[in-house]
Every structure is written in C-alpha cells, then in structure tokens.
Design a protein around this ligand. Structure first.
Ligand code: FEO
Length: 170
C-alpha cells in the first residue's frame, strides 16, 4: 500500500505531465498554423509522449493501491513570438519537470519506498534524454538565420523519435 505522501506527490506529477502534453499540443498548433510543419510534428510527438508519462503514473498509483486523480489542467498559451521562444520554453519546462521528478525520488528515499524509487528511474533517464534533445535543437537554432528556417524545420522533422504514436498528428 502506498503511503499518502507518495500518492499525493505522484498525483501532482500526473497533473504536471498532463499539462506538459497540453503545453506541447498548444505549441504544435501554433507551429502548424505558422508554416512550421516539421516543428509541429516534433511537438505533436512530444505531446503524445507526455500523455504516456502521465499514464505511467496513473497505472502505477492504481496498481500500488493508491488512486490516480485526473485533475483540471490549466490552459497553456496559444501564441508564441518565435520558434526560438517555443524551444526556450520547452527547455525551461523540462528543467522544471526534472526538478519535480527529483523531488519524488528524494521523498521515496526518505519514506523508504523502494518500489517507487525503482519506478522513477525510467523518468530520471528520460528527463536526461529530453533535456539533451531540446538543448541540441536550441544549439541548431542558434546556427540558422531566419533565411534558413525552412531547412531547419525539415531538419527537426527528421529528429522525431522513432516509434512514437503520433500518426494521428501527421
Ligand atoms: Fe514527461 Fe517531458 O516530462
């Protein structure tokens, strides 16, 4: 049986992963309607991944005798100034999520909940990968001028992770 503190903090993470999914969907819509089909594809795929992260917490809580709660999610911004702003915000958000995962890891250790600690290791690795992938995109972005944005957009399309269930988004 899960302890209440762990259940509550995992439910907090459900809200944060759900918001991440909606945030990337909102960004995808901005990108798609601004002519950046490749970037939109990357963001749609990210949105799907975040939903999967949320579901992992859902299933974990319920399997361990807790209860996953689907919260109301706040509305993300629907307009962005530039592609640069979008990716800077993605990085900032992922850093926030990494901090959030680390807080759960710390609590799991404090509460001697080694099952939850074990469950979280996948997320620790995933956050490393996600931050590295967004930093890579921001580095590329700094190398392209406005005139090369079309090529950049195609390039990002090819960066999408393989096997992501984003067929509905393309
Ligand atoms: Fe699920 Fe990108 O944090």
């Amino acid at each position: 049986m899960l302890n209440k503190k762990i259940e509550d903090i995992c439910n907090r993470q459900i809200e944060r992963e759900g918001y991440s999914s909606n945030l990337y969907l909102a960004m995808a819509s901005w990108a798609e309607t601004s002519g950046y089909g490749g970037i939109a594809g990357w963001l749609y795929a990210q949105a799907e991944e975040e939903r999967v992260h949320m579901l992992k917490f859902f299933r974990y809580l319920n399997e361990r005798g807790g209860k996953a709660i689907m919260p109301a999610l706040k509305k993300p911004a629907s307009d962005y100034k530039s592609v640069e702003q979008v990716f800077e915000e993605v990085l900032k958000h992922e850093q926030f999520i990494t901090g959030s995962i680390n807080e759960i890891v710390a609590l799991a250790l404090q509460e001697k909940d080694y099952n939850t600690h074990n469950f979280l290791q996948w997320f620790v690795t995933e956050q490393d990968e996600e931050e590295a992938s967004v930093r890579n995109i921001i580095d590329k972005l700094r190398l392209v001028g406005k005139n090369n944005m079309y090529i950049f957009d195609r390039d990002i399309e090819s960066l999408r992770k393989k096997g992501t269930a984003d067929q509905s988004a393309t």
